[in-house]
Ligand binder design. Sequence first.
Ligand SMILES: Nc1ncnc2c1ncn2[C@@H]1O[C@H](COP(=O)(O)OP(=O)(O)OP(=O)(O)O)[C@@H](O)[C@H]1O
Ligand SMILES: [Mg+2]
Length: 263
Amino acid sequence: MSGSMTKPLLRIENLSLRREDYEVLRRVNLAVQPGEVHGLLGLNGSGKSSLAYTVMGCAGYTPNEGTIWFAGQDITRLSITERARLGLTLGWQEPARFEGLPVGAYLALGANDADPARLAAALEAVALPPAVYLKRPLNHALSGGERKRIELAAVFAMRPKLAILDEPDSGVDTLTLGDIAALIRRMAGQGSAVLLITHRDEMLTVADSALLMCHGSIVFSGNPDETRSFYGRHCRPHAEVLGTQPWSEAERLRLAAEMAGRR
Ligand SMILES: Nc1ncnc2c1ncn2[C@@H]1O[C@H](COP(=O)(O)OP(=O)(O)OP(=O)(O)O)[C@@H](O)[C@H]1O
Ligand SMILES: [Mg+2]
């Protein structure tokens, strides 16, 4: 990450997204460098998840204008599977369930080699004992926090070029902010860049740089401290905007399976 000459891994230019007459994203520009942890901070409903879905290429999130470059290639019109093959993945804000699939098999889906030691290490990284969890089926018997941690373990095992983590700390109260930060640093340490989406400004302490999103626009970009301070001074929660989960469980399952199709 030396200087401004580094070629960005992800570059977004003038990205706009309209959904049913609502301007969800407004001329968003950003760049994530290889191996970097880039924070994206914003209040509920500011458009963070929508940006993640648009970058990933999810159905219903085709931009009205703008270009998405990944590893030097224009991916704006590629399918979710093609993007995943290039090394792009998304850890969902609320992970889907794969009814009945054992956790170990789920982790192996996206990992390039299904080395059991690596799958076990991924579970250990999210403080789930592998001996207990590798064989457990992914179903309703798992708590929301357990599913979220398995989701993070899957991203860790996958070692993507870029991991977009949508609110990795939400719903996992057994992991402290420090645990999540350590996990993100380990992801970066094994060569993944991370786009870290959060509405908690404390989370930015793990980031190398950070953006602030408000009403679908990037309103501030700087180092994590500057961004936190700007956020503290200018951002107020407002009641009229609330986040949405746009897909049914069945649809999200299909999308997650597609994302795992890169191997
Ligand atoms: N089809 C649609 N019609 C109208 N508004 C929409 C539509 N899709 C998304 N929105 C709005 O776009 C905004 C951005 O939603 P998004 O889920 O991206 O926010 P977020 O920043 O991820 O919020 P959170 O922190 O709650 O997860 C919300 O206000 C949402 O209601
Ligand atoms: Mg969201």
